[in-house]
Design a protein around this ligand. Structure first.
Ligand SMILES: [Zn+2]
Length: 358
């Protein structure tokens, strides 16, 4: 059986890219037809609970075999989950993200320390390679971890020697109500099929006034806003932010609304250092280079104050795009991280919410 699977995957690799892309399109289009129909009839927006959706598309999305929807009330963009979601994560193995990882783990923990009194009981959901949990453990937090992948669970238990590591969803792991001071999910909430239901589950296992910490990609960040141009000639099979992995597309506004609709008050926005996420690509691209055109653009934006967010990105769109598309290297993307905080269009959103009420 293994041999057959291996042979099929070998044959698949031999096929020309265009055939592989077509097969992938066909397979994904035929899946989940029933779920699509069902959602159309009974679905609710996970952010605002609205009932009206339309299909969403842009030049990149149009090339993908997935159906995306946008809520006409709040603008939340999402895709429907496949039926075998647990299987998707069951066998994922360790990924190391190089030097950048220490930077963003440090920022996550500093952000948590800023809104809590002392190290307490902390759960990370979808802990991946476990590097954040390890840091929190070393700094005196009583750590717990939940993960769907057996190899990653084994890595955390055996290599990192972390305590309280569980394999499964938070429902399956059955944590008692009011257990934790902090529940964290980094690159997590965009992967779950029901973000509101998931947050309500986190609310339940948090202590009164406990803190939920979420970091996810920012759909209103420079990278996502320029996606059509960046990916114009790229192989769609290499896009990592599509279903079955990413199912929800958040920005600061709708992640905040989602938290507030799920029993939390947003107490912190610590997105400003999330441009350090670019540093994961340094592993592949080597050291950064300084670009004089980029430095010029940064000074220009700094000297001309205007509103932040998408409107401001729009104003500088052509200038940023020409730098990006002209050079089209990860080094340039990495350098562009300097622009993100200036524009309020960081690659990731990092929000902290305090549990409210009973
Ligand atoms: Zn909505």
């Amino acid at each position: 059986m293994l041999r057959l699977t291996w042979m099929l995957s070998f044959i698949k690799q031999m096929l020309p890219l265009s055939v592989r892309v077509n097969l992938w399109r066909l397979r994904n289009k035929s899946q989940n037809l029933r779920q699509r129909l069902n959602h159309r009839l009974t679905g609710r927006c996970h952010v605002c609970q609205g009932k009206n959706f339309r299909r969403y598309s842009n030049p990149v999305v149009a090339r993908l075999p997935f159906s995306f929807y946008i809520c006409t009330q709040c603008g939340f963009i999402f895709a429907l989950p496949p039926s075998n979601l647990s299987e998707v994560y069951a066998e994922i193995t360790t990924t190391e993200f190089g030097e950048g990882e220490a930077t963003w783990n440090r920022h996550y923990l500093d952000s948590i320390n800023k809104y809590t009194n002392a190290p307490g009981k902390l759960l990370e959901i979808g802990f991946g390679n476990g590097s954040f949990l390890k840091l929190a453990h070393e700094e005196g937090w009583e750590v717990y971890g939940a993960e769907l992948s057996a190899p990653l669970v084994n890595h955390a238990r055996e290599e990192l020697k972390l305590p309280n590591i569980g394999l499964g969803t938070i429902e399956e792991l059955n944590y008692a109500d009011g257990s934790f001071d902090v529940v964290a999910g980094f690159n997590f909430i965009e992967h779950v099929p029901d973000p509101k239901g998931t947050l309500e589950g986190l609310w339940r296992i948090l202590k009164p006034s406990g803190i939920v910490v979420l970091m996810c990609p920012n759909i209103s960040g420079i990278y996502h806003l320029l996606m059509p141009e960046i990916l114009a000639d790229n192989d769609p099979l290499k896009i990592s932010w599509v279903p079955p992995h990413h199912l929800s597309y958040f920005n600061k506004t709708n992640l905040r609304v989602l938290l507030e609709n799920s029993g939390f008050t947003v107490v912190g926005d610590e997105s400003h250092l999330m441009s350090s996420l670019w540093r994961q690509f340094e592993v592949n691209i080597g050291p950064q280079v300084t670009d004089s055109k980029l430095q010029q653009l940064i000074s220009e934006i700094r000297d001309s104050p205007s509103q932040k967010g998408e409107a401001r990105v729009e104003k500088y769109r052509e200038a940023i795009k020409s730098l990006l598309v002209e050079r089209m290297t990860w080094t340039m993307l990495s350098d562009l991280s300097a622009l993100e905080p200036l524009l309020g269009a960081e690659v990731g959103v990092l929000l902290l919410g305090k549990r409210q009420g009973e």
